[in-house]
Design a binder for this molecule. Structure first.
Ligand code: ADP
Length: 397
């Protein structure tokens, strides 16, 4: 890419769109921002430059925006803040690529039609990821658009890691483990060897702990197992999602308690996890600051379940060389990292308490020199991964 060329990255959820602009061959972050409260409440937009200085803010008090109107606004905002740059492509985060999309893809009408067929696999996320793609195709039909899939990094997992023990008439219809947060894990897998070359071949467990949380076993840079499965509700307890659950519970809720499918879905996705257990909040910062014993109970359960999954993923790897923390909680909560590492002492994990407590930016090692397992904090950067993929697709070697 030339110095004056830029890539826009769009990460759209059900009620918000995050966007970033990367410029030049080095993909320098130029500005980034977020438009939130789509569809309900007061839609709010804010953007900052690379130095975190505000470059724009707006509220829509009259009526909330939808995805299409938000994309129109962002398009105009980007256009008026390009400062001589030219947008050459848009990269989109797309939660599900099914079994066929094992890497980023140029998006056109035909690919979009195939992706729409996957909506039943991710009804809560995929429509929101695709809406901005369609809006951009209408706004700028000539502008290349690239889809980057959260499932793609996991496509090569061994068959056993992808399988449910269900009849083939069901698994044959795509009911299998896909895994998510793949762009975050791919970024971690690519970043580790830049700080320690031996990690290129290592057995790594990475924990992406944000509002959504999962863990992934990575061997020599490739995903071999992950805690999220068919949907992003499996695995760890999250902000509001329950994580792994005996399927018998779902049957009980419907059959015995008479809950509707919609009510069960709402409970498992929006009312469980840290929020459900604590009854206080889904936000880790709030829980850590609370003296209510239920807040501690929710954090303890999360730590316990991270420890159980760490054991399981280490078994899938046949051992453990490195443990990585990422995501809002993984990057910022020294106390959660300390609790997880204390619990993982049996695996050879030994934290350097002062390195763990020190606030820092960028990739940093927080394990003791004598630790058999290296422990790292890697700030999540899915957006940069999307920008890189988009650039690579535009400029094939
Ligand atoms: P998302 O999955 O929506 O991208 P993030 O990766 O931003 O979410 O993570 C949000 C979570 O990170 C929240 O639970 C928040 O409380 C937690 N978090 C952010 N900063 C801190 C902090 N300093 N200490 C503890 N938790 C934090």
């Amino acid at each position: 890419m030339r110095p004056n060329e830029s890539i826009v990255v769009i990460n759209a959820g059900s009620s918000s769109i995050k966007f970033s602009l990367y410029s030049g061959a080095q993909l320098e972050l130029t500005f980034r921002g977020k438009i939130e409260n789509l569809y309900s409440g007061i839609t709010h937009f804010a953007a900052v430059d690379a130095q975190e200085n505000s470059i724009g803010e707006r509220h829509w008090a009259e009526a909330p925006l939808d995805h299409e109107a938000a994309m129109r606004f962002l398009f105009e905002f980007a256009d008026s803040h390009l400062d001589g740059h030219q947008v050459v492509a848009v990269g989109h985060r797309i939660v599900h690529g099914g079994v066929h999309y094992s890497g980023p893809r140029r998006l056109d009408g035909a690919v979009l039609a195939q992706l729409e067929k996957l909506i039943p696999l991710a009804p809560l996320h995929l429509p929101h990821n695709l809406a901005p793609v369609r809006a951009m195709m209408a706004l700028a039909p000539e502008l290349p658009q690239v889809g980057c899939f959260d499932t793609a990094f996991h496509v090569g997992q061994p068959a056993a890691a992808q399988s449910f023990a269900l009849p083939q008439r069901i698994t044959g219809q795509g009911v299998r483990r896909y895994g998510f947060h793949g762009l975050s894990y791919e970024y971690i897998a690519l970043s580790l060897p830049t700080v320690d070359a031996t990690l290129a071949q290592a057995r790594v467990v990475a924990a992406h702990l944000g509002n959504g949380a999962s863990m992934c076993a990575i061997h020599a840079g490739r995903s071999v197992a992950s805690t999220m499965g068919f949907t992003a509700v499996d695995g760890l307890p999250m902000g509001t999602r329950c994580g792994a659950l005996d399927p018998g519970v779902v049957l009980y809720l419907i059959d015995e308690l008479g809950m509707s499918v919609a009510a069960v879905q709402k409970m498992l996705y929006q009312e469980s996890g840290l929020l459900g257990v604590s009854g206080i909040a889904s936000d880790m910062r709030t829980l850590e600051q609370s003296s209510d014993p239920r807040a501690r109970q929710a954090i303890d359960l999360m730590v316990y379940r991270i420890g159980r999954e760490l054991g399981s993923l280490s078994a899938a790897l046949g051992g453990l060389d490195a443990l990585v923390f990422s995501g809002g909680i993984g990057e910022n909560s020294a106390s959660l990292r300390a609790a997880v590492c204390a619990q993982a002492a049996w695996l050879g994990v030994q934290l350097d308490a002062s390195a763990n407590a020190a606030s820092g930016h960028g990739i940093r090692r927080i394990s003791a020199d004598s630790s058999r397992v290296a422990v790292w904090v890697v700030p999540a950067n899915e957006e940069l991964m999307i920008a890189q993929h988009t650039q690579d697709l535009l400029e094939p070697l």
